[in-house]
Each structure stands twice: as structure tokens, then as C-alpha cells.
Design a protein around this ligand. Structure first.
Ligand code: UD1
Length: 425
């Protein structure tokens, strides 16, 4: 078992480089299934969700080779479809994208029910409804989802009742090689949707409107391979911005697209943090004294749900009272119990949490209950008095590349240690 140990109290200074966005890389990695040619994907973060997606592709018959630390060549020529490995697929949410990609290229797919962070029910009813609207037959049992379109998919109009990143991605994948025009209404507008459209268009697809609520996909015969560079991870960037806001100090967050960080920057400014945006970096300066605020999570361009737990840590130490209203996920407040162990004063009545800022958090033994909650608890450890030990850190490593090394380089007193569990038996 590995743990992160943090001795709180150090301010952060220096420069931190942001990696490619995990949630953009995942759909693009599965989208390579749509072409039998090789693709070269650059700026791929080597985090465990990504390496798991490569394992899935390899087990299905693809070849996946790192050309350097962040560049990967993927060749899905030998794939036949419908044979993804149950054990890995059911451990990660992004593997639902296999459904759209396999339906697109092979007209059939069989995929285990996907896992991922456990913050409430994570249905795929809108994905299924979308595939059906394109002409697929979809059936389910306790373990698998099966989709078939022996006569091919036919473009159609699809309206999503709710904005869903995953359903938008899946229908874009399925419709790219379908016959005719597909129109997605009430589509997700996240930067990673635009990145997927740019990747597919570079491979020869005809997708317009990504980044707006209406995406139009005119099916093409086939795609060709390409070289493509993944966008920087706005959530990783936002996490380091929040860390500096909490500890105090001054850090340049490098390799970012400032436009994607506008809401996060605005909220931090509201809390008394100085944020300055340049071409491809943002400078965050804080004296660690924060004013409280209220947050409501919304689909992009609203405040991202994946930044909610990190901001909760700020509200826990800010001056005054503030609230979080979580509108995307039903059960995202499990980490609050961990913040309370560190002295936070919080009342949860889902979908709301009310925070009364305390003068100081104190170190404790806490768990990373999911990916972003784990990041939030690490930030709490950075400002707490004394020592914080964080367990369950594999959840953090699903999405943050070398978080310990990056924070240490900014001046944090943080280490990762290995504990031999057998030593206690
Ligand atoms: C993705 C992100 C996740 C982020 C979320 C919202 C990945 C791998 N994960 O998850 O980190 O928190 O977007 O920004 O990119 N819903 C339905 N039916 C469906 C699909 C979704 O009701 O068929 C609901 C969900 O329960 C949720 C909301 O729609 O309430 C948004 O979910 P969605 O955008 O699909 O999230 P994911 O794509 O799973």
C-alpha cells in the first residue's frame, strides 16, 4: 500500500507544467478504433486511467507504443470488435466510449458495465437512446451492454434531456461513419468535446458545431490516421491554482489554455486571490487569506463539478460562510467526512454543503475517496497544522501525473511512502 505524507504549512513558489487532459485523451484514444490506420497522439498524460485504456486496446489486438514520454502510436488495424476485456473495462468510466467507437467501425460492440469514480448512479441511458436513434439494437444483462447494427447506422436527430459529456462523445463516435447527417441537440460543450471533434476532423470526419449546444456530424466513408496533440488539462491546472490559493505563494501554471480556466480564475479572484492570464500560462498569487463564496456546479462553461471538492477545501479555511450546490452528481460529498477529520466545519444536505471557515485545519489520517476528492484532501494537508497521511492514493493517480513530485518542486513538504501491509500481520 502506498500513502502520501504531508507536513503542512509551506507556501508554494515556482512553475508547474500541466499535462495533457485525461478526459480529452480517453475519448481520442478510443476514437482511434474508427480508423484502421496508425494514429500518433501527443501530450498524453501517463496516468493510470490512460494506461488502462491502452491495456484494453492491446488485449483487443491493437498495438500501442510510446514513442517518447508523452507520445503514443496506436494501431487498431487488427481489431475485430466486441472482444474488450471485462476485468479492465469495468474498472473505468471512459471505457463506455468503446460502445460508440466499435459500433462505428464494426457495427457491433459488447462492453462490460463501466466503473470509474463512485459519486452516485452513473447511468448510460442517454448513450443507449442515442445509439437506438441511429438504428442500433441495444440489449443489456447484469454484466454487459450489447449493441448491434448489422445494416449500419443511419444519421438522425438526437436531443439529450440532460447535458452529458459521455453521451455526446459516444454519439459523435458512432455517427462519424454513419450514413447521412446526425444532429445532436443539447450537446455538451466542454473543451474535450471540441478536442475530440478536432481529432476526428483531422482524420477526415465532417463534424461542425462542437463547443456549441448543437453538433452536426455528416457521416463519411472512412477515416485515415493522423498526428494529434491533446489539449492541456484544465482540471489539473485548476487543482494547482487552488493549491496556491490555499497555501499562499506565487506560482506560474504553465502549458494551459487560459480561456478554459476563466470560471475558476473568476471564483479565485472573488475569494481574494490574484490571478493573471498570459498566452499559455497563468500566474496565481495568494497570501493564503481567503474570502468565502458560493459555488454551483454546471456543465461547461459553468463551474466544473470536477473542481468542486478542491474549492470545498478553500471554503473550509476561508473567512466567513459559503456553500457548494452540486447539480451534476448525486453523491459527491463523501470526502466531507475526511475534511471534518481535519477540523473543517461543514453541514451537508445533498445537493448542498454549507461551510463555516475555520482558522486552521489540523493534520489527520484521511482517505482519498475519489480522484478529485483525493486532490482536495492533499490540498487540505498542505495547509493543515501538523502531519496528514492520505491513503487510497491510487484514486488520485488515476488522473494526476506525479502530483507529489510537482508539489514538492513548488516547495511543499510531501512524500509518497510504501507501507508493507504484511508487516502488521
Ligand atoms: C465526465 C467526466 C467526469 C465529469 C463529468 C461531468 C470523463 C471520463 N469523466 O463523466 O469526470 O465529472 O463528465 O463533467 O470524462 N447522465 C444520465 N444519463 C446518461 C449519462 C449521464 O442521466 O446516459 C447524467 C449523469 O448521471 C450526471 C450527468 O448526466 O448527472 C452528467 O454526466 P456526464 O456528463 O455523462 O458524465 P460522464 O461523461 O460520465
Amino acid at each position: 500500500m502506498e500513502k502520501i505524507v504531508i507536513r503542512g504549512g509551506n507556501e508554494l513558489y515556482g512553475d508547474v507544467y500541466i499535462n495533457g487532459m485525461k478526459n480529452a485523451a480517453l475519448p481520442i484514444i478510443f476514437a482511434t478504433i474508427l480508423t484502421a490506420d496508425k494514429c500518433i497522439i501527443e501530450n498524453v498524460p501517463r496516468v493510470s486511467d490512460i494506461t488502462m485504456s491502452f491495456e484494453i486496446l492491446r488485449e483487443m489486438g491493437a498495438s500501442v507504443n510510446y514513442l517518447d514520454e508523452t507520445t503514443v502510436e496506436i494501431d487498431t488495424y487488427a481489431l475485430v470488435g466486441g472482444n474488450s476485456p471485462y476485468n479492465i473495462v469495468q474498472r473505468m468510466r471512459g471505457s463506455t466510449y468503446l460502445l460508440g467507437a466499435e459500433l462505428g467501425r464494426f457495427k457491433k460492440s459488447k462492453v462490460a458495465y463501466p466503473g470509474g469514480c463512485n459519486f452516485g448512479t452513473r447511468p448510460i441511458d442517454m448513450h443507449i437512446k442515442g445509439f437506438q436513434t441511429l438504428g442500433a439494437t441495444v440489449t443489456e444483462d447484469d454484466e454487459y451492454v450489447y449493441a448491434d447494427a448489422p445494416n449500419g447506422l443511419v444519421g438522425n436527430s438526437i436531443y439529450f434531456d440532460k447535458v452529458s459529456v459521455g453521451a455526446t462523445v459516444n454519439i459523435m463516435l458512432a455517427a462519424t461513419l454513419a450514413d447521412g447527417l446526425t444532429v445532436i441537440e443539447n450537446a455538451a460543450r466542454e473543451p474535450h468535446i471540441v478536442d475530440l471533434a478536432n481529432f476526428l476532423n483531422t482524420c477526415g470526419a465532417d463534424i461542425r458545431g462542437a463547443g456549441t449546444g448543437i453538433i452536426k456530424i455528416t457521416g463519411v466513408e472512412k477515416l485515415h490516421g493522423c498526428t494529434y496533440d491533446i489539449i492541456p488539462d484544465m482540471i489539473e491546472a485548476g487543482t494547482y491554482m487552488t493549491a496556491v490559493a490555499a497555501t499562499g505563494g506565487e506560482v506560474n501554471i504553465r502549458n494551459v489554455i487560459p480561456k478554459h480556466l476563466e470560471i475558476i480564475s473568476t471564483k479565485l479572484s472573488e475569494m481574494g486571490v490574484e490571478v493573471r492570464a498570459f498566452d499559455d500560462y497563468i500566474t496565481v498569487k495568494s497570501n493564503g487569506k481567503l474570502r468565502s463564496t458560493n459555488i454551483q456546479t454546471l456543465p461547461y462553461p459553468g463551474f466544473p463539478t470536477d473542481m468542486h471538492p478542491q474549492f470545498s477545501t478553500l471554503l473550509a479555511i476561508a473567512d466567513g460562510s459559503g456553500t457548494v450546490y452540486e447539480t451534476i452528481w448525486q453523491n459527491r460529498f463523501k470526502y466531507v467526512a475526511e475534511l471534518e477529520k481535519m477540523g473543517a466545519s461543514v453541514m451537508v444536505n445533498e445537493p448542498f454543503a454549507a461551510f463555516r471557515g475555520v482558522e486552521k485545519l489540523h493534520g489527520a489520517s484521511v482517505a482519498a475517496v475519489d480522484l478529485r476528492a483525493g486532490a482536495a484532501i492533499v490540498i487540505a494537508g498542505l495547509v493543515a497544522e501538523g502531519t496528514t497521511e492520505v491513503t487510497n492514493i491510487y484514486t488520485i493517480e488515476r488522473g494526476y501525473l506525479d502530483i507529489v513530485g510537482k508539489l514538492k518542486s513548488l516547495g511543499a513538504d510531501i512524500t509518497k511512502i510504501y507501507i508493507d501491509e504484511n508487516a502488521f500481520i
